[in-house]
Structure formats: structure tokens, C-alpha cells
Design a protein around this ligand. Sequence first.
Ligand code: NAD
Ligand code: MG
Length: 394
Amino acid sequence: MRSISIFGATGSIGESTFDLIMRGGGPEAYRTVALTGARNIPRLAEMARALRAEVAVTAHEECLPALRDALAGSGIECAAGAAAIAEAADRPADWVMSAIVGAAGLVPGLRALRHGGTLALANKESLVTAGPLLLATAARYGATLLPVDSEHSAVFQALVGEDKSAVERVIITASGGPFRSFTLEQMQSITPAQAVKHPNWSMGQRISIDSASMFNKALELIETREFFGFDPDQIEVITHPQSIIHAMVGFCDGGIMAHLGPADMRHAIGFALHWPNRGDVPVERLDLAQLASLDFEAPDPARFPALRLARDVMAMRGLSGAAFNAAKEIALDGFIAEELSFLGMAEVVETTLSQLSRQNSLQIDATTLEDVLNMDHLARETAASAVKSWQQGK
Ligand code: NAD
Ligand code: MG
């Protein structure tokens, strides 16, 4: 029986993963080792009971009594805190879903790789923060790292059987989000409630806002570079409002392989679950006649400066990805708390990167966890003071 763990089980990706596992036979077909979540204890307990998990872990110590109550009599172990999540990743499982949001997903992912199984990586922040470390850890322990981000799953699928040296370009698509046709003027007053409403995808709050600002696409540019190793100038972003084509790979003979699929993450999750085979995945089938047209346009760098910042990071490498992601997380917190405007997020990230770059802090390679975590910490502090300065200058 295949063993699995889901980190971030109660989130949007976690729920979709749970759905596929349940449809695939649930506890009769899979042995579930660990499920983790944060504050949604009733749902975490319900999932743990449904899958008869060995252990359920909440990120928050204060939620442990509620988790214990909810799992009383089930025989399922309970634990709490970041260290307990990392320990849960030490328990071997054949297939692990990494779907915690933010840099908090890095350590559990690294620890899970040490068993040499498969890590299905939805947590793009860990690749942006510590791509070289993650890839080296996978190689060292003979683990398989599979992309779950829809664009990266699409690139991966388009590359099956291809010689990577024949690849000329990789094009990832962006929906453009809810503000695709807003003017710069209109973008000054965007609220968190507006930003969280994605036109095509149903996702967690943070990635939805990142999609609206195109910080998500910025992370994905860096993710493409780190995961596949293409040069930055080979990687393009195109706005495609229908979100039907997720990515395209262009080859040296001028041909382009495009990957099409519905805007349902269960396709990419199912691909990673069944890899190297293909399994049935219950997503809606595309009706091309009904779709009728697929549109494309170049993203506007003036309204979406995150893309330019990602290009800077791809050129700099070193610890700049760790700094970029951490600063973005702080800026996002600031926007959600209404301390920072929508466009202010990019200003804070840019200020943070240029301050750290002036101090020559970004040049070290992201190859040790200590260096990465130190940079994550430093960039969070730098970004937090940039948020304060932004407010004072308002
Ligand atoms: P979400 O907010 O819906 O869920 C996040 C999960 O992480 C929850 O289970 C939550 O309990 C847990 N969590 C939050 N903070 C934590 C912390 N500090 N420590 C431990 N656990 C914590 O997010 P999501 O939309 O499911 O996204 C998860 C990851 O997948 C992100 O990295 C995101 O970028 C990526 N991703 C998501 C989608 C999507 O469609 N939702 C698509 C591509 C990639
Ligand atoms: Mg994506």
C-alpha cells in the first residue's frame, strides 16, 4: 500500500489532494502518515479520521487541546508547532504533498526529501527561497521532486520525452487577475476584498492576492528558472485571460507544445500523484467549441512591477530569492492589514531588495539552510521597516 502525507492538508491544494486520495480509495488504498494544518482544527480532525492518519499536526501550540479533543478515541497521534510539523516530515512516506503556504513550507519539504520518495511541490516559495538547496537535497537522497503549480506541471508535461537542449523558450501564462484592465489610477485604491476575488481559480487568500498583483507570476518565473534550470531570457510570461493554456514550450525547430486544461488544480495534483503513469482525474473536460477563442496579451510592466523585480532576482540569484519571497510575505501581510496599498507592496519589496543588495548580503549561494533562514529573517525585518517608512511617507 502506498503511503502518503499532506502538509497543508486544510488549504485549497490540501483539500484538492484529499479529494483525489478519497476518490482513489481513501484509507483502503493509501496509508496516511501525516496530515498538517493550522487553525482549522475541526477540518484537520475530520480529514485525519477519514484517512486514518498516524499523526495530525497543527502549526499552533494553542490549538493542540482542541485537536486532542477532536481526535479523542481515534488512536491518531496529535502534535503542534513548527518543530512538530518538521518531525512529521521525518516520518517516511512514499508520496508527500507540500502545500503549506509561504516559506514555512521549506523545512518540512527538505526533511521529507530525505526519505527519497516523491515530493509533490505546490509550495513554490520553497523553490524561490532555496532552489539550489532543495534540488541538491532531492539529488542527494534520490528523491523525486514533481511540480504541482499548474504552469510548471504543464512545462514538465510538455518536456516528457524531449531533449532539454532543444528547448528555445518556455512561456508561462498568467490570467491577469481581477485588475488586468484597471488603469494605474484605479489600482491606487484596490482593497484586499477586491484582490482576493480571482476570475478563474479558487485558491487560498494569499496566493489569490499574489495573483492579482502578479507577485504569484513573479514567484513562478523564479520557480521556472530554479526547477528546470532554463536561462532567465528563455522564460516568458504571457497574459491569457481564459487560463486554459497553462504553459508552452518552444523548441529549436519553431514548434511549440502547449498544455491545455481546466482551471482545476486536481489535474496537476493528479498528474503528480499518478506519475510516471496517467490516472483518471475527475476534472471537467474542456469544450473547445464553447470556449471559441483563446486570447493573449503582453503583461503591462508599469502596472505589474513584480515581474520586473523577478527578473532582477533571476539575474542576481544567490540569496535574492529568499529575500524577495520574505519581503513579499511581509508586504502581503501589510496589504491584508490595510497598512500598505496594493501598489505599495512592490515598493516595499523593491526597497528591501535594494537595501540588502547595497549591504552585499544577497551574493551568497542558497545552498545551506542556515544562510537561507538568516536571509529570510533579515529580509522580513528590513521589509517590516520599509512598510513603516511607507506609511510615514504617505
Ligand atoms: P491555503 O492558504 O489555502 O492553505 C495553506 C495551508 O497551509 C493550510 O493547510 C494552512 O493551515 C497551512 N498553513 C498556513 N500557514 C502555516 C504555517 N505557518 N505553518 C504550517 N502550516 C501553515 O493555500 P493554498 O492556496 O492551498 O496554497 C498552498 C501552496 O500551494 C502555496 O505555496 C501556493 O503558492 C501553492 N499553490 C496553490 C495553488 C492553488 O490553486 N491554491 C496553485 C498553485 C500553487
Ligand atoms: Mg500557478
